[in-house]
Design a protein around this ligand. Structure first.
Ligand SMILES: [Fe+2]
Length: 559
């Protein structure tokens, strides 16, 4: 049975293909169309499908469109129609437009597949798709699941219970109680885009959370086991007015100076979010008293909150997939449809994030030559790259299949030496052009991680950069470039079994320097992460990367 999963309702448009219950391929559309998030989240474009990602998934699986048995779509317009209140919008006609466009999605799928799908097209509730995308890869046999995002159909947070292959919703918190929207609105207030939660998270480490603590308690309505967003305080769409300026002061204009006040706002938001999610976790534990917890939804990208949840010990085991945001719902929707059609279990416990395109040496060499560059071959790319990094060079490391999810995990990464305090500025000035307050993440050999970081119990999600933990105080001055202002790092554990080439590179760097850590930042410059060898060469040529390794081919800056 071949199932195509699609996410296109809001943003992070993506596709996935499940063959007989096994995940064969998944990719985000942004990597192909080179538009961040695949598309803007507008009310009039849920019918814009991730057509490049769909084409890739089919090709990789060796399937023709006629081989697709079912299409799973990670949003349910009927659920939306029955429960969403049009007065939640400033103009009720917006909902008409949204539903009209959603009414087109089956037709778009049929055009792509080339035949009527009838009962073989499935609308899957958005939060159920999120929950499945976390539960089945976790490998847990039974779990409590917490899904937190901006908005599904009407739910902003869902508590679920999984037993066997069945996922049951336990409780939902409906709009306007949306932590995701609070982050979007505060991000805009701080002069960033609605999608820039990671900037707010980075800025938070520079702030004093006490300064705006009362204001965020007013916005979030924090309780011991829940929260209740005040829409008038935050100025959510349904609000008749907004007290946000009264509470937090004037918004910051984009590109204007970042003041201490802005960092204090970010810090208070982070602390309030930790409290809100912590309360939900306690509530979930009471309702679903199991040992295992899965987190899903865009808010599960908050590595600071994730660490608070993990350290709370409410659940012994915590799993978060590599793509907990909307892209992951393409996988989850396909898994839900599989379980509804088949008696056998889908694949369980496969959390491998390397699900995208890969390129062979012939394709890589062709791209290098057509760019007019001279390819060089390395008999030991991991060693040569490690030598260059130890020598202060910035190395682009392009290997194997592209990651699924927002983090580069060693296959589309830029790597540098964490021992040099100035490396953050060098990376920012020469390539990334990011705000100086944003941290760079370390990738560490898993077997040495506990010597350098206070990791606690290892979770497989540590391989996806989803927890921020303290760097051991006596190690901080050895790897200053990856230590955030608050002494933490959003580390990635690298295992030989999961990514042998990347592990070997760090191992070589360790052998030469005594430090089992490299800086790992995504291979891009203010654009989606590179996908193809040509994308890689374009970013290599327009920035100041010293060397680009693709498989065992490498190029250096022409002299
Ligand atoms: Fe979502």
């Amino acid at each position: 049975m071949n199932i195509l999963g699609i996410n296109s309702t809001y943003h992070e448009t993506a596709a996935a293909v499940l063959v007989d219950g096994s995940l064969v391929a998944a990719a985000e559309e942004e990597r192909f169309n080179r538009i961040k998030h695949g598309k803007q989240s507008n009310i009039d474009n849920p019918h814009q499908f991730p057509e490049h990602a769909i084409r890739f998934c089919l090709d990789y699986a060796g399937l023709r469109t006629s081989d697709i048995d079912h299409v799973a779509y990670s949003f349910d317009p009927n659920l939306r129609r029955s429960q969403f209140r049009a007065d939640w919008w400033p103009d009720p006609r917006w909902e008409e437009v949204f539903l009209l466009r959603l009414g087109e999605v089956r037709g778009v799928a049929e055009r792509i597949i080339g035949r009527p799908l009838r009962q073989n097209f499935h609308f899957v509730p958005h939060h159920l798709a999120h929950a499945a995308s976390a539960y089945f890869p976790s490998g847990f046999d039974g779990a409590a699941i917490l899904t937190i995002d901006g908005l599904g159909e009407v739910a902003a947070t869902t508590l679920s219970k999984a037993v066997g292959t069945r996922i049951r919703m336990v409780e939902t918190l409906l709009y306007p109680h949306s932590l995701g929207f609070v982050w979007e609105l505060i991000s805009l207030h701080l002069g960033f885009s609605a999608y820039d939660a990671s900037k707010v998270m980075g800025l938070a480490a520079y702030g004093n959370p006490e300064v705006f603590r009362d204001e965020f308690e007013s916005i979030m309505g924090l309780g011991s086991e829940d929260y209740a967003i005040d829409p008038e305080a935050i100025g959510l769409l349904s609000a008749k007015s907004s007290r946000l300026q009264n509470l937090l002061g004037l918004p910051r204009y984009p590109d204007s100076e970042i003041l201490q006040r802005h960092a204090d706002i970010a810090a208070a938001l982070q602390v309030a979010t930790n409290a809100a999610v912590g309360a939900l976790v306690r509530r979930l534990k009471r309702k679903v008293p199991l040992d295992n917890l899965c987190l899903a939804g865009g808010v599960a990208l908050n590595c600071v909150t994730n660490e608070v949840v993990r350290q709370s010990g409410d659940f012994s085991n915590v799993f978060i997939p590599s793509a907990p945001h909307d892209a992951g719902t393409a996988i989850g929707a396909a898994l839900v449809v599989y379980c509804s059609r088949q008696k056998s279990d889908p694949e369980r416990g496969n959390s491998m994030p390397f699900l995208g395109p890969e390129f062979n040496r012939r394709e890589i060499l062709a791209a290098v030559k057509s760019a007019g560059l001279t390819p060089q071959r390395s008999k030991a790319p991991a060693r040569e790259a490690a030598d260059m990094i130890a020598d202060g060079k910035i190395v682009a490391w392009f290997q194997g299949r592209m990651e699924f999810g927002p983090r580069a995990l060693g296959n589309r990464s830029l790597l540098a030496d964490p021992r040099r305090a100035d490396m953050r500025n060098i990376l920012n000035q020469r390539i990334k052009h990011r705000e100086g307050f944003r941290p760079f993440a370390p990738s560490v050999m898993a077997e040495h991680a506990d010597e350098w970081f206070e990791v606690g119990g290892h979770s497989r999600s540590h391989e996806f950069m989803l927890f921020a933990c303290p760097v051991k105080p006596d190690r901080r001055d050895r790897i200053p470039a990856v230590v955030h202002r608050d002494g933490s790092a959003r580390l990635q554990l690298v295992r030989r079994g999961t990514n042998p080439r990347f592990h070997e590179l760090i191992s070589r760097f360790f052998g030469q320097t005594g430090v089992p850590v490299v800086i790992n930042t995504s291979f891009n410059d203010s654009e989606p992460i590179v996908c193809t060898p040509t994308d890689a060469i374009v970013t290599f040529r327009k920035s100041s990367i010293d060397a680009l390794f693709m498989d065992d081919v490498y190029v250096t800056v022409p002299t």
